[in-house]
Design a protein around this ligand. Sequence first.
Ligand code: ADP
Ligand code: MG
Length: 607
Amino acid sequence: MQEKGNISIHTENIFPIIKKFLYSDHEIFLRELVSNAVDATRKMQKLASMGEFSGEVGALKVQVMFDAEAKTITISDNGLGMTSEEIKKYINQIAFSGATEFVEKYKEKGDEKQIIGHFGLGFYSAFMVAATVEIHTLSYQEGAQSARWECDGSTSFEITPGSRTERGTDIILHIAEDSEEFLQKNRLQEILNKYCKFLPVAVFFEEEQVNNTAPLWTKSPSELKDEDYLAFYKELYPFSEDPLFWIHLNVDYPFELTGVLYFPKLKKDLELQKNKIQLYSRQVFITDEVKDVVPEFLMLLHGVIDSPDIPLNVSRSFLQADGNVKKINAHITKKVADKLGELFKNDRPSYESKWNDVGVFVKYGMLSDDKFYEKAKDFCLLKNTEDQYFTLEEYKEKVAPLQTDKDNKVVMLYTTDPGKQNTYIESLKKRSYDVLAFDTVIDNHFVGMLEQKLENIALKRVDSEVADKIIEKEEKIDSVLSEEQQNAVKALFEQTINDKNKTVLVQALPTYELPVTVTLPEFMRRMRDMNGMGGGMAMFGNMPEMLNVVVNANHALIQKIVDAKEDVEKQSLAKQVYDLGLLSHNMLSGADLTAFINRSVAMIGKN
Ligand code: ADP
Ligand code: MG
């Protein structure tokens, strides 16, 4: 008995559409067919466990084979099989109204890349690579007849009695000429390795099993040891360094989500480390572009997320608006915050030792997510130049006694480069001030945020003012120079420097301070930083660096300049101490530096 018919689809011919629109993703045909085979075996198992099948279930498995000469790829399973009635129902009637409408709608928009799967078109993805597809199947049902279905990609098909003698299904693809790349062993292996590595039923490619049916994230955390997590990390990323720690996700309400997220040791090139999280749906690999599912600030994490609740087959904009995705996002953020808080509480030394890596996530998270900020403010650490770590609260308490200014603000001092800003740091340490090290990329923004969020706190970079003035106190030091002398010194330096972007200030400072200190006022620097980042400050144009040149009225050398008889001598001394000031700000270079060195040599030689 042979039956011919038409696949009931209202669109004249769906296959050209499938083929055209799924162009970039042809390889997923194998994922679709193998996961159908896996589904069939699991349904078999389920039937047996419910007592609806009393025969021998046997070892369930899926087999993938290819024959380069015959140009076929075959996917076989010993799952529940289909009767010819079921073939008609499940395979032929693909054009239930939803799918047709969907295809119609999206073929204009050019945004239809992932129609397949979403509307149960999974099986038809076979036609992306095959000219003809055969199904040979025998249902588990008692007395079932085996059936054979064949279709050449037009809308007509034929069903005939089949020859399969054992329960299960073979899908035979007769590969089209333009898809012969899929008849290579390496290519098939690569695809299976990408999509099928963790499928829950044994999948064989030729003689070898390609999958681990019980990947780590499907197990209960209580039965797993650290070694297991580390081994799984190596399985996912064979050449990577061990991760710092990990989080096992396990939610079943209000959405289903399992997975393991690892905190990697960060490398210089952050971009390279993005998109390492793999997204699965019931152990079938979907994508490693997890944007929108994982909060932006956690994109640098590694690992696996598995959720049947993520709508995988729709466009990005839809994904962003999806309620489940938002909840998943929030859940991951919360889990990460909880884990970090726990690590901080339970083993602070180890947490501190990881801060260099973890800090980037924490700061980024605090900047981008208010909810995360609220949790993280208790375990976000500040590191000082002595490599000691403090929470925000602890640090405020530590520095308040010495570093509170006359307006009752606690002034936190920081360096962005302990090496280059050493002179300033040393000056501050003489006063027993503490200096924080803010030397990662993100700290620039982090400083601004802290100032906004923390009350009664000011943050100043060590070179923003001379040490004596950086934290303003009530008490004032008397000037050794008269006002007239001070004015003369100011004029002399202005003439020597001759640069309208540098402001000369003569101040009474302790005698042990340098004769001249060059400072970059905090306000000006932040303006420039923002300008540089294009942060809507473009009205300032290309801002020059506005520096202060602070002359210490009480320094013996300045006294010597005042006392000098010849103008030439005054000028050369002024030039020399000014250059010294520039030097300690790393601003002396090229011809100026050479001239400075030559003058110094000559001066030393004189005495
Ligand atoms: P989905 O998998 O989303 O249901 P598919 O187009 O991939 O959609 O498959 C359609 C239907 O065809 C399946 O739901 C199943 O009933 C049937 N089917 C496909 N492949 C097999 C198979 N190997 N064994 C048994 N039934 C199958
Ligand atoms: Mg399917």
